[in-house]
Write a protein that binds this ligand. Structure first.
Ligand code: ADE
Ligand code: ZN
Length: 335
């Protein structure tokens, strides 16, 4: 193994931007389809070999493969198997803490109960903590291309499971779906004691305005992606003053925009913004957290010291207790 690869592989890491539905490897999707007696999704049936990975070329074609594949996820056992497989993989890459997004509406809209989704995911977290020693939590995302009422209904449905969910987020197709569409939902989420994040995807039609809304109108606790702040010094200052983090995903960026934004990520890191690196949808974009960090090495020439800063940032902006944070930071400093 290349020395830098080894350094990254053995470093204790936190992953703060991973969609659990985006961790479904083709082989697992095929296995669940057979177990549930549902058709094997066409994106998998068309593969010569399940190890080849899914095929798409931009955000729209990605989402067109992503959502139909979820048809194989029906029971709480399926959600358990999905999350446990991801947690096992993350553990193998020395991820010691992970915050996993899930999209309840992508399942309840197909007739799967909220409780099947969340109990399966929760069981995987409990087992992984016990058996692997990995720390994990859940962030519930609202689908921004659905209406605000559906998001609010989902929030209400989640209340009985409030303690299993650390915060809420916003994902799916950003075009014409600004954060402000969900201001009432986010206000309610905060009232319920949840932390708040929001996808501000790369190079959107209104990226700057959407980031401004997330920061000033919604009052988010962090931003997923959000690297377009480099174009607006006022936003950079605001993010720094608030001490907010950005969860960046270079491999995902390179697929959906053809530019992994390494230069921008590095520029923000060097200017003191709490930037972190995650995988987004690793089974689709074909890179878990270590491969994403290697992309920063090979594509942006990031230094060892800067790799450490990325991980220090990740632990600092993670949504865990101060005690756990200190423990992980000490682990990293020892490293
Ligand atoms: N949901 C899962 N992955 C996503 C992405 N890359 N962008 C927006 N929504 C998503
Ligand atoms: Zn994402």
């Amino acid at each position: 193994m290349h020395a830098m690869e080894e350094y990254i592989a053995t470093m204790p890491k936190a992953e703060l931007h991973v969609h659990i539905e985006g961790t479904i490897e083709p082989a697992l999707a095929q296995q669940l389809a057979i177990r549930n007696n549902v058709p094997i999704p066409s994106s998998i049936a068309s593969l010569a070999d399940t190890s080849n990975g899914y095929s798409f070329h931009d955000l729209t074609s990605f989402l067109a493969v992503y959502y139909p594949n979820m048809a194989v996820l029906l029971t709480s056992q399926d959600f358990f198997d999905l999350a446990y497989a991801y947690l096992t993989k993350a553990h193998s890459q020395n991820v010691v803490h992970t915050e996993m997004f899930f999209d309840p509406q992508a399942h309840t809209s197909r007739g799967v109960s909220f409780s099947s989704v969340v109990t399966g995911l929760r069981e995987a977290i409990v087992r992984a903590e016990r058996e692997l020693g990995v720390s994990a939590s859940l962030i519930m995302c609202f689908l921004r291309d659905m209406d605000a009422q559906s998001a609010m209904d989902t929030l209400i449905e989640a209340l009985p499971h409030k303690d299993w969910i650390v915060g809420v987020g916003l994902d799916s197709d950003e075009r014409d779906n600004p954060p402000s569409k969900f201001s009432d939902v986010f206000a309610r989420a905060k009232q319920e004691g949840w932390l708040v994040t929001c996808h501000c995807d790369i190079d959107q039609k209104n990226s700057i305005e959407h980031i401004r809304q997330a920061l000033e109108d919604i009052g988010v606790d962090r931003i997923d992606h959000g690297t377009n702040i480099v174009e607006d010094e006022r936003l950079v200052q605001m993010v720094k003053e608030k001490g907010l983090g950005l969860t960046c995903c270079p491999v995902s960026n390179s697929v959906v925009t053809r530019d992994f934004k390494g230069k921008e990520i590095l520029q923000l890191l060097r200017s003191g913004v709490k930037v972190t690196i995650s995988s987004d949808d690793p089974a689709y974009f074909r890179g878990y957290v270590n491969e994403n960090l290697m992309k920063m090495v090979n594509g942006a020439n990031i230094s060892k010291e800067e790799l450490l800063t990325l991980q220090r940032n990740a632990f600092e902006i993670s949504w865990i207790s101060e005690g756990k944070k200190e423990y992980f930071l000490r682990l990293l400093e020892k490293y």
